[in-house]
Design a protein around this ligand. Structure first.
Ligand SMILES: C[S@@+](CC[C@H](N)C(=O)[O-])C[C@H]1O[C@@H](n2cnc3c(N)ncnc32)[C@H](O)[C@@H]1O
Length: 383
């Protein structure tokens, strides 16, 4: 039995982490930490922000021989996480350090092949995420050909988070000034920034003993990596960083951008011959044919807004509202056509969001799940 799978039933659906005993990949940004092991051999991993440790199994799925050091300020989280792994995943070992991530990066004397940054407080991002000195310290601890992964939550991806004031734009700007190339893997309202020398998947993966859904997720991750280029030129470092990463600030920024999305929906709806007044982002998920027509129209005129339907469909599954089941069926039925029509949206947004619905531990087993896994595995093998 692969040590990545649990010995007894476990589903954690917490604010900080989602995980399940029977699958490594659960459809959240934590899955994307597996990308590091696709890029080359990994010895030492540092995970800044441990919580329940949902990112540990994705990290180890592609770096099975790696040693993980996880750092967190929350002593209770560390105790809970080590207890949880001891009980459910006893063959997975990791070192847990009770420390502030910024202090640890400044004073530790180790070098890591992978550093995964995932730091949040109850109010939003940890302050160090917006601190230039923190990033200098992090990069000083990274091996020369190491991989830095930084998860940043914020303005939804369909509202162009890399333009204007957002936590994602601020972090992109801070990182871009310090690393040769920056890429990003999107998931829900998160971007996982990836800074590394080489973004071509190089590692040979032995994934025979992974479950079918995990194999499909890993295959898709390789394909997503190829379209993970981002244009951060538009990202400008806001002069006032204080409070930028709080939940309240992100909510306010999201609200300010919302009318632009609503206008794009009305225009795309009108162009598709629908009544524009009925084409609102808030209700579109309940009208599959209008949602499909608007999304196809937006793919021609406004690809950022075209991310909305896939993202919101997947989000609803994570909220245990299952009314967007049609979205997965649409992706499966139109797989080849959508892949041709809008390759980046397809690989970067549509298929990953359908897969997130399929592997979400709190969603039902949709009738299209197996077909999607088959198509994704075949697609990944071809890419
Ligand atoms: C979203 S959770 C991390 C989830 C985790 N990576 C996983 O794999 O499940 C964020 C964590 O960051 C921790 N944190 C926040 N600020 C921190 C800091 N300055 N130093 C270390 N840990 C911090 C919090 O205690 C919390 O456990």
């Amino acid at each position: 039995m692969n040590r990545l799978y649990g010995r007894s039933r476990l589903v954690i659906d917490a604010h900080d982490t989602m995980m399940a005993d029977d699958r490594v990949f659960v459809g959240t940004y934590l899955d994307d930490f597996a990308v590091a092991g696709l890029l080359g051999p990994v010895g030492e991993i540092c995970l800044l922000g441990l919580a329940f440790g949902g990112g540990i199994r994705p990290l180890l799925s592609t770096a099975p021989d790696a040693h993980v050091t996880a750092v967190d300020t929350n002593r209770q989280a560390i105790e809970m996480c080590t207890g949880l792994f001891g009980m459910h995943f006893p063959d997975i070992g990791f070192d847990a350090v009770h420390a502030d991530a910024a202090d640890y990066m400044r004073f530790c004397d180790k070098t890591f092949d992978v550093i995964a940054v995932d730091l949040y407080t109850p109010d939003g991002h940890a302050d160090c995420v917006f601190d230039e000195r923190f990033w200098s310290d992090v990069l000083a601890r990274l091996a020369v050909d190491g991989v830095l992964m930084v998860n940043v939550w914020g303005v939804p991806l369909y509202l162009d988070p890399l333009v204007g004031a957002s936590p994602q734009a601020a972090v992109a700007s801070l990182l871009e000034a310090r690393v040769p190339t920056l890429r990003a893997l999107p998931a829900h309202d998160n971007l996982t920034f990836l800074a590394c020398a080489d973004s071509e998947p190089r590692a040979h993966l032995e994934s025979r003993d992974l479950s079918r859904s995990d194999r499909a997720c890993l295959g898709l991750l390789s394909a997503r990596l190829r379209v993970a280029e981002i244009d951060t030129k538009a990202a400008t470092l806001p002069s006032e960083l204080t409070g930028l990463g709080t939940f309240d600030q992100v909510r306010a920024e999201t609200q300010a951008r919302w009318p632009g999305l609503a206008a794009a929906f009305r225009a795309a709806g009108g162009a598709a011959g629908l009544d524009p007044s009925l084409c609102t982002p808030r209700t579109i998920i309940d009208d599959p044919s209008a949602a499909q027509a608007i999304t196809l129209g937006l793919l021609e005129t406004d690809p950022v807004s075209a991310r909305y339907v896939p993202i919101v469909a997947a989000e609803s599954a994570f909220r245990r509202q299952y009314r967007a089941e049609w979205f997965g069926r649409w992706v499966v039925d139109e797989f080849e056509d959508l892949a041709q029509r809008a390759p980046e949206w397809f690989v970067g947004t549509a298929v990953p969001r359908a897969m997130a619905m399929a592997v979400c531990p709190v969603a039902p087993r949709w009738e299209w799940t197996d077909e999607l896994f088959d198509k994704v595995e075949a697609f990944a093998a071809r890419s």
